[in-house]
Design a protein around this ligand. Structure first.
Ligand SMILES: NC(=O)c1ccc[n+]([C@@H]2O[C@H](COP(=O)([O-])OP(=O)(O)OC[C@H]3O[C@@H](n4cnc5c(N)ncnc54)[C@H](O)[C@@H]3O)[C@@H](O)[C@H]2O)c1
Length: 243
């Protein structure tokens, strides 16, 4: 743990149950690592068993609770639901969900087929909704939590060569900003949308004011605001609902 002495630690994240999708490589692996080094009890879902084993091996002697890997193809919603149920059975209620998995494979506008389009939706958008739906009941019953949906600045730049991916990343912002009549209440569960900037290791952790797009950023529930999502500690459950 000596390596952490130069960085902030957040007592509220210790023992916190965190679920990360696509946690084997890239940003997801960095998220798994950072939460694990905070003493959180991290589970992550991915298809890449090899990279997952390497990540766990790298962390096993460095953290209180080595992360737990569940192999899961997130395009299979039944498998996703089963994996969440397995995590809840072994760890308890998920208090932080990081909806991270995606695939930004480039595709030519003219060559996109309906089947390819549906496949992009399945890996870049659909599982985010169903992961929220799966964790929400127990997260809410446990007193609340944080849900972080990974978007991209790709839909604001605008970018080229991946129209289906970019459409999903814009939709994730809409999903994050939606209040559900019969779902988790914003304020009880904090939603946040992340915009990555740079390649992999650098990413903005709060919704930027979308002045250029004409969209106003909104508060995600007092006393937390989007600005609060700038650090791992901000993923701790809402103060009024801690438990
Ligand atoms: N890297 C960037 O520059 C950047 C920029 C903008 C947004 N983002 C977003 O950040 C997030 C992470 O990006 P990254 O570059 O680290 O991605 P990455 O491609 O490096 O990692 C994605 C992870 O998801 C996993 N995955 C892919 N398909 C899966 C499936 N069907 N089931 C389960 N797991 C699956 C992969 O195995 C991998 O571990 C994504 O949501 C991405 O859209 C990244």
């Amino acid at each position: 743990m000596k390596e952490r002495e130069q960085f902030a630690t957040y007592p509220s994240l210790r023992e916190r149950v965190v679920l990360v999708t696509g946690g084997a490589t890239g940003i997801g692996a960095a998220v798994v690592e950072e939460f694990a080094l905070q003493g959180s009890r991290v589970a992550f879902l991915d298809i890449d068993a090899t990279a997952s084993s390497l990540l766990i091996a790298n962390l096993s002697t460095r953290c209180l609770h080595p992360p737990v890997f569940l192999q899961c193809d997130l395009t299979d919603i039944a498998a996703l639901r089963a994996a969440v149920a397995q995590v809840e059975a072994s760890h308890g209620a998920v208090r932080v969900l990081v909806n991270n998995a995606a695939s930004d494979d480039r595709h030519s506008f003219s060559e996109v087929t309906p089947e390819y389009w549906d496949g992009r939706m399945a890996i870049n958008l659909r599982h985010q909704f169903f992961a929220i739906q799966a964790v929400a009941p127990r997260m809410t019953a446990a007193g609340g939590g944080s849900i972080i949906n990974m978007s991209s600045i790709g839909w604001m730049i605008p970018s080229t060569g991946m129209p289906a991916y970019v459409a999903c990343k814009a939709a994730i912002v809409g999903l994050t900003r939606t209040d559900q009549d019969d779902g988790p209440r914003i304020g009880k569960i904090k939603y946040s949308c992340e915009w990555c900037i740079g390649r992999c290791n650098s990413y903005r952790t709060s919704a930027p004011p979308m002045v250029d797009s004409g969209i106003q950023s909104r508060d995600h529930g007092a006393p937390g605001s989007q600005k609060e999502f700038g650090s791992p500690g901000s993923c701790a459950p809402h103060p009024v609902s801690s438990g």
